[in-house]
Design a protein around this ligand. Structure first.
Ligand code: EPU
Length: 434
């Protein structure tokens, strides 16, 4: 297992290229199974989660080929309806296979994804949607078994206690696309990644109205065909680099991104004293305004609200902003595993229910810290960029799931970040147990 060594205190400057969106690419790989034809997917980020998805799809029987680091060819002509637990347990997004397998093959067997440190992640809304379309769903020995011989269009409400579900909506759209008749999804997720999925399905022959809204109408078709699709830029990655500029008092430009997907984030950054300027060709320039950083308030919500996938990184930013900032989680109320690690770096944060109250402005101090999940690892690296001395981040395999060439891109912006083998970790940083 590799570790990151960061020597903080360097102001970032320069240009960074946005990668394709992980959370778009994963359901798009699943969508490619809805047809017997070949599809080509471009601008796919080079990540371990993508590799896991490719392995699962290949295990189902599809031909899967990485044509170059960011382009994949998928030919799913002969696939089976069951995926093994050994592969599925590595990644929760494998649940996106339920809809396509059920709709194309009339049955699906996918092991229930296991626990997750960011909070309870049930799949009741996925199952409710498939049952509404006429599927019979059973849980046997930890495996979700779906009999979906005759899926028929239905009216389905996609909302749950934490709002809409992103991958649940993806499953419902994919299944409805190959069902008989019309399906209406109310309370559907409207994240840009869902719009991207609808765009790809439309290229494949699906008929979908209401893209980008909470109400989708899908006219089922009997067959879909292959397509060529380019994944949208990763809005979470873009925003993470914007925070990197803010936390180091730097000035950077992110190229090839999609600023219009960052509305709620941009609003908070402006409140915080960052200047963000976007151009129509997908460039976003970010710097701290002459007045400096100011405290802010964040509430995470489904899109177009502030993304939960940016809460950890924004909490790291709040640590360097003088004054009291408050970050409240409404999507995953206990997604605060990064907080105890930030405390090790001298942050002053108290957790009150699902809110983190941050008294920022004191200089962070480098420390050995442990990443618990993807966004927490990004948050700890960002904190390290702003901290005095050395920060060592362990378990960065979490980071490799979702950030394409993170250290290379940060190095190009002037950060002192190094990926090292675990053995490089100073002995005094390794916990000793009796
Ligand atoms: N929920 C239910 N029942 C369900 C499904 C979800 O109660 O059947 C709840 C969840 O527990 C949560 C809320 O609804 O409280 C939203 O969950 P959602 O289903 O939208 O999450 P997801 O589809 O499993 C995707 C992203 C996550 C991101 C969330 C929220 C992918 C592959 N994953 O997960 O991304 O946090 O939406 O925006 O798209 C990440 O990239 O780090 C990540 C965790």
């Amino acid at each position: 297992m590799d570790v990151f060594k960061i020597i903080g205190g360097h102001q970032l400057s320069g240009i960074v290229q946005a990668s394709g969106s992980k959370n778009s690419a994963l359901p798009l790989f699943a969508a490619s199974l809805l047809t017997e034809d070949e599809s080509i997917i471009e601008n796919v980020p080079d990540l371990s989660d993508i590799q896991f998805m490719a392995e699962i799809i290949a295990d189902l029987g599809a031909e899967v080929e990485k044509l170059d680091p960011n382009t994949w060819r998928i030919n799913p002509k002969a696939i089976v309806h069951f995926a093994p637990y050994d592969l599925v347990r590595k990644m929760r997004a494998s649940i996106c296979l339920l809809g396509p397998l059920a709709a194309r093959l009339g049955r699906a067997e996918i092991p229930m994804p296991g626990g997750c440190v960011i909070g309870n992640r049930p799949i009741d809304l996925h199952i409710r949607a498939l049952e509404s379309l006429g599927a019979k769903v059973e849980l046997k020995g930890g495996v979700v078994q779906i009999d979906a011989a005759n899926l028929k269009g239905a009216s389905i409400f996609m909302g749950g206690r934490h709002g809409s579900t992103v991958t649940g909506t993806a499953n419902a759209i994919m299944a409805a696309s190959l069902s008989q008749g019309t399906t209406v999804l109310d309370g559907a997720a409207c994240e840009p990644e869902i719009v991207d999925l609808c765009e790809m399905l439309t290229k494949m022959g699906a008929i979908i109205q209401g893209m980008g809204s909470h109400r989708l109408e899908i006219q089922g078709v009997s067959k879909l065909h292959g397509c060529h699709h380019r994944v949208i830029p990763d809005r979470i990655e873009t925003a993470t680099y914007a925070i990197a500029a803010g936390i180091t008092n730097g000035e950077i430009c992110i190229q090839g991104c999609q600023p219009k997907h960052l509305g709620a984030f941009a609003n908070v950054m402006q409140e915080c004293g960052m200047e963000m300027e976007s151009s129509p060709d997908g460039n976003l320039s970010i710097k701290v305004s002459p007045g400096g950083l100011k405290p802010f308030e964040v509430i995470t919500l489904p899109y177009p609200g502030f993304p939960t996938d940016l809460q950890a990184q924004t909490t790291a930013l709040a640590c360097v902003v003088p004054g009291l900032s408050i970050l409240t989680e409404r999507v995953y109320p206990s997604r605060f595993m990064h907080v105890p690690e930030l405390l090790r770096m001298g942050a002053e944060i108290s957790l009150e229910g699902s809110s983190a109250i941050v008294l920022g402005g004191k200089k962070l101090k480098g420390a050995p810290v442990m990443a618990s999940d993807l966004r927490a690892s990004a948050a700890l690296i960002l904190a390290g960029l702003a901290a005095q001395d050395e920060t060592w981040v362990q378990r960065i395999y979490h980071l490799d799931r979702g950030y394409d060439q993170f250290e290379t891109k940060l190095q190009a912006l002037g950060a002192d970040v190094e990926r090292l083998p675990e053995e490089a970790l100073p002995k005094s940083f390794i916990p000793q147990f009796e």
